[in-house]
Design a protein around this ligand. Structure first.
Ligand code: NAD
Length: 334
């Protein structure tokens, strides 16, 4: 069978896609797109990509493109995804799936109508350590999961995005744009969130209109409870952290260090065991390879549009709780 053609749009994070997207032997990057002409042509030369353009329409018109990877700023995800699905392309869209629940619903409906594959690039599901936590949650190693903590901690003082979009309140809320990582990870490990209650404050990042430190207490459908934290002006290094408590054990780790802590009921409960972790370097390649497999085998992507929409709905329930106080129910019917 001939290879599926991949186009990558938005060459910030998309440049990282470009380095790893050829991970599946039955797919290959055939086109790249960015508004910055010199930059996209430089990348084309460096990576020997057959076609480069500054126009998204050029990408949609190409018959050699079957998969569009959308890595433009968040506010373009909805419009670009729907346009690609309408002309028959499968779409891998970066996180967050879109700015709000209505946009996500539209994207889910378009994917359903066309029968094309839509996946959201929640990269945490491809980090080896978080994959290990998920496996131990499912195979009984940790017993029944009943508590989860996840955090997305990232200082955005020097990361405005091209043109400053990350500081524009119309184009990004930190709990949608950033904490969606932590929300998706928690949902993946213990199931859908059904109710949230949140607090936030604002001590660190005046350029951002919204609270820069937010915690949400969460009830999940299966009875687990948890806490999700987001900090966007914090005086500490970036990481995504995860702690999962089951009836037989607790695992605590992150996506940047090479060691996690593990406790199991049958061992000495007075000491943590040190668990060496694999690096995260192959995650993007594995994400692309998984999406290509889903297309070739007609299977559902690990994070399909419905899953992506539930994560955004959870984020917006947190934002509503921040604004109004008190618990807010989470929408899960997509
Ligand atoms: N999965 C992850 O861990 C991860 C990490 C970083 C960013 N992201 C996501 O990737 C997306 C982009 O973030 P970023 O950090 O690369 O932003 P950025 O502002 O650094 O880069 C965005 C790029 O998109 C280009 N662009 C903007 N509008 C365009 C258009 N209409 N057509 C073509 N190109 C266009 C810009 O010229 C720029 O090069 C965001 O949605 C972000 O959430 C994900």
């Amino acid at each position: 069978m001939s290879q599926l053609g991949i186009a990558i749009v938005g060459m910030g994070m998309g440049a990282a896609h470009l380095q790893h997207a050829n991970a599946h032997e039955q797919a290959k990057v055939v086109a790249i797109c960015d508004l910055d002409e010199k930059y996209v042509l430089d990348l084309q030369r460096e990576h020997s990509v057959p076609f480069a353009t500054t126009s998204y329409e050029d990408i949609l018109a190409r018959p050699d493109v079957q998969i569009v990877s959308i890595a433009t700023p968040d506010w373009l995800h909805h419009e670009m995804t729907v346009a690609a699905l309408r002309v028959g392309k499968h779409v891998l869209v970066e996180k967050p799936m879109a700015l709000n629940v209505a946009e996500c619903e539209d994207m889910v409906n378009e994917a359903r109508r066309t029968g094309l594959k839509l996946m959201v690039g929640h990269i945490c599901r491809f980090y080896p350590f978080f994959e290990q936590v998920k496996a131990w949650a499912e195979d009984g190693t940790l017993g029944t999961p009943y508590y989860v903590e996840t955090s997305y901690l990232h200082n955005y003082e020097t990361i405005p995005g091209v043109g400053g979009w990350r500081y524009d309140p119309e184009k990004r809320h930190p709990f949608v744009g950033g904490a969606c990582h932590a929300v998706d990870l928690a949902r993946w490990l213990v199931g859908d969130a059904v109710e949230v209650s949140a607090y936030g404050n604002h001590f660190n990042l005046p350029v951002q209109k919204w609270e820069d430190h937010i915690i949400a207490n969460v009830k999940f459908a299966g009875g687990a409870i948890g806490r999700i934290m987001n900090s966007s002006g914090c005086p500490r290094p970036y990481d995504i952290e995860c702690e999962l408590w089951g009836t037989n054990g607790v695992i605590r780790g992150d996506n940047t260090t090479d060691e996690a802590l593990l406790s199991l009921r049958q061992t000495n409960l007075h000491r943590w065991m040190r668990y060496p972790k694999e690096p995260m370097s192959k995650a993007i390649g594995n994400e692309f390879a998984h999406f290509v497999d889903c297309i070739l085998n007609d299977t559902t992507p690990l994070i399909d549009g419905v899953d992506g929409a539930k994560t955004i709905a959870t984020c917006w329930a947190v934002i509503e709780s921040l604004a109004n106080g008190g618990p807010v129910r989470v929408r899960n019917d997509f």
